[in-house]
Ligand binder design. Structure first.
Ligand SMILES: [Zn+2]
Length: 188
């Protein structure tokens, strides 16, 4: 299984300039039908996701691939387990949000690319997405509740948008206060 490191905006008390650049830029469309490189990138992301138990979702830019591909658990969100087969996750290639519905809900979110913090983010309760699946078939999906939140989080990554860009309250451990106060220019 491919070993992929997760790219992050910072690590401990240091900003990752190079990784931030890629995480911050809009990802590229994947050619359809998929060429060999697209198939390889999709497989790399699936393998990276399936090899860890601490992620609800993963977007290609998070492993250094600036392409419009995301993967996320579609069930068992509460369990810290690896997904075992393809019925437990969805892959969306070139996803487009086609509809948002319901009231907007606030919740704290973490992100592997923004370690040590959680941020209050407002998301839509229900969304519709058009995309291609990992086999290159056109799909149309409706997501609600917590799953809709996960998908919106992953789609944000494809625009180079991260949880800290939503303007919500940021929570972090007390011992990290010096670093994060500087980073987010808080009054402390
Ligand atoms: Zn994330």
């Amino acid at each position: 299984m491919a070993k992929s490191r997760t790219w992050t905006l910072w690590k401990d008390d240091k900003v990752n300039e190079e990784e931030s650049k890629l995480l911050r830029k809009p990802a590229e469309e994947v050619p359809v039908p998929f060429d060999a490189e697209a198939k390889k990138d999709i497989k790399t992301l699936i393998d990276a996701f399936c090899s860890r138990d601490d992620a609800l979702g993963l977007a290609a830019p998070q492993i250094g691939i600036s392409k419009r591909i995301v993967i996320f658990k579609n069930k068992n969100f509460g369990e810290k387990t690896r997904v075992k087969n393809s019925s437990e996750y969805d892959v969306l290639v070139n996803p487009r949000l086609t509809q948002t519905r319901g009231k907007e809900e606030k919740m704290n979110e973490g992100c592997l690319s923004c370690p040590d913090i959680s941020v209050e983010v407002t998301r839509f309760e229900e969304i519709k997405v058009r995309a291609y699946n990992e086999e290159g078939r056109k799909i149309s999906k409706r997501y609600t509740g917590f799953l809709a939140r996960i998908v919106q989080h992953e789609l944000d990554h494809l625009e180079g948008r991260l949880v800290i860009d939503h303007g919500g309250a940021v929570s972090f451990p007390r011992e990290k206060e010096a670093f994060f106060s500087r980073l987010f220019k808080f009054e402390s």
